[in-house]
Design a protein around this ligand. Structure first.
Ligand SMILES: Nc1nc2c(ncn2[C@@H]2O[C@H](COP(=O)(O)OP(=O)(O)OP(=O)(O)O)[C@@H](O)[C@H]2O)c(=O)[nH]1
Ligand SMILES: [Mg+2]
Length: 211
């Protein structure tokens, strides 16, 4: 396992170098299945594509369904199927990046395979990692999956529209993050109702502008 991770890390370091040379910033979206990664990407594409050149890498175990959802934005999309694998690795990202004309891109969004554990162990060479979680999964995720929340550069809590129908407690969610020593931006949003989106868009814009 150490050998695999070492090789992954070397490739990830190369990717970070490549991105820097081309002035491209790459985001890795990690969440459990169904938390809303593709829904968020739809909103990001819709709102950011007019201003920035976006490339998308869609990680999925078997299908190209998510990539198909994004085709309408007419952006370069590379599909990676892991054939059952529970995470992307830097080798597959390196291959996907080679398909893009990086000179023409400002930003690459990577949707990882839905999983809260395995993707956190594999550096993809991204510049920023986003931990996405949703209210229907429960408020105990930071404590149960601390690796993701410690690795992340921001946290997006999705499906706030469903809070009235769940026992999700935002205060205990925040208190658990505090106990972990995680002090990063937290955005509370609903992709479905497009609530809380402006702050998220601003966070991305500031990063992309300063690349
Ligand atoms: N109520 C509600 N539903 C949402 C919201 N965001 C996404 N959904 C729904 O949640 C389901 C899963 O959303 P996706 O965006 O496909 O989630 P994902 O994380 O990409 O899922 P995988 O790729 O399978 O890991 C879909 O039915 C969405 O319509 C939200 O803010 N509120
Ligand atoms: Mg998806």
């Amino acid at each position: 396992m150490r050998n695999v991770l070492d090789k992954n890390q070397d490739k990830a370091d190369d990717i970070r170098q490549l991105l820097k040379q081309n002035q491209v910033v790459m985001f890795n979206f990690i969440s459990s299945p169904g938390a809303g990664k593709t829904s968020l990407l739809e909103l990001l594409c819709e709102n950011l594509a007019p201003e920035y050149n976006i490339g998308i890498i869609e990680g999925d175990a078997y299908t190209d369904r998510d990539a198909r959802r994004l085709i309408k934005y007419n952006l370069p999309i590379i599909q990676i199927n892991t054939e059952g694998g529970c995470h992307l690795d830097s080798n597959s990202i390196s291959g996907a990046l080679a398909e893009f004309d990086l000179n023409k891109l400002d930003v690459v969004f990577v949707e990882n395979v839905g999983n809260l554990i395995c993707p956190t162990a594999f550096d993809l060479g991204e510049n920023y990692c986003i931990a996405l979680t949703s209210t229907t999964e429960g408020d105990d995720k930071p404590t149960k999956y601390p690796m993701l929340f410690r690795k992340a550069d921001s946290i997006i809590l999705n499906k706030i529209d469903l809070i009235p129908y769940t026992n999700f407690n935002i205060n205990s969610f925040k208190a658990d993050l505090q106990k972990l020593g995680v002090n990063i931006p937290l955005f509370e949003i609903s992709c479905m109702q497009q609530a809380g989106i402006n702050n998220v868009l601003d966070w991305f814009k500031v990063i992309i502008e300063s690349k």
